[in-house]
Design a binder for this molecule. Structure first.
Ligand SMILES: C[S@@+](CC[C@H](N)C(=O)[O-])C[C@H]1O[C@@H](n2cnc3c(N)ncnc32)[C@H](O)[C@@H]1O
Length: 225
């Protein structure tokens, strides 16, 4: 487990505390539609942190070619529909470029500036000139306070919220689906535009636009060389 991250509940989990059996049951909530609208038809996509392929499969169904990366063998074993690579994102260096590098699920909100820079350098290394790096970032409102949300699919609770120096937030997120519960302790960092833009520049990228008015989806592009 990484520092500040951990989890409990049935089945195996990844080094970041994600429960494999929980993600197996998770469905897309429109993310594939948003991504598809932001990129060219038939794009080649490198998806970093693909998990069980929750978004990989819908993107394939929309006609894109996806290479799916995750450090968890158990996660990528759930994505037989496409090429997968088992790797830690910060260390991934393929000799290939893609139209789109996708890194969602708030991986960019890792509470370690050096690790965040490594993630962005991996994005920059794999995007073709003129291509897009699509990032999903956490909003400050998301883990701000304890919350319980119920839906027909189950229950989600945010508890034990700690606001820490440097825009960092620790919280426990518990999902209950079909009578089974998984808890994950998260340590995240909300990013100011200044910090994100600065780290993108350091990685050889530039903040191009927000894809959503709430700024949660970001497009970055490689700086022309
Ligand atoms: C919260 S899950 C989300 C999975 C998927 N993106 C989704 O939306 O369903 C995060 C995934 O990213 C992977 N992950 C997190 N940090 C990683 C890293 N540094 N390198 C490789 N995989 C990572 C985890 O193993 C896990 O499968």
């Amino acid at each position: 487990m990484r520092v500040g991250q951990g989890g409990s509940g049935p089945g195996a989990r990844t080094p970041d505390g994600s429960a494999i059996e929980m993600y197996e049951q998770a469905v897309a909530h429109g993310e594939d539609e948003l991504i598809d609208a932001a990129i060219q038809p038939g794009s080649s996509i490198l998806e970093l942190g693909c998990g069980t392929g929750r978004i990989t499969r819908p993107l394939l169904a929309r006609g894109h070619q996806v290479v799916a990366v995750d450090e968890s063998v158990e996660m990528i074993a759930r994505v037989p529909e496409t090429e997968t690579i088992q790797a830690t994102i910060g260390e991934l260096r393929l000799d290939r470029e893609f139209d789109v590098v996708l890194m969602m699920s708030y991986l960019i909100n890792v509470a370690d500036d050096a690790e965040r820079l490594r993630l962005l350098q991996t994005c920059a290394h794999h995007v073709r000139p003129g291509g897009s790096v699509l990032l999903q970032q956490q909003l400050p409102s998301q883990l701000a306070k304890p919350v319980v949300r119920e839906s027909e699919r189950g229950r989600m609770e945010i508890s034990d919220v700690e606001h820490l120096p440097g825009n960092q937030v620790a919280a426990t997120v518990t999902h209950t689906i079909g009578g089974r519960s998984w808890s994950q302790r998260l340590l995240t960092q909300n990013l100011t535009e200044e910090l994100l833009a600065g780290q993108l520049t350091e990685a050889g990228l530039r903040l191009d636009e927000y894809l959503t008015p709430d700024t949660s989806w970001v497009r970055a592009r490689p700086v022309a060389t």
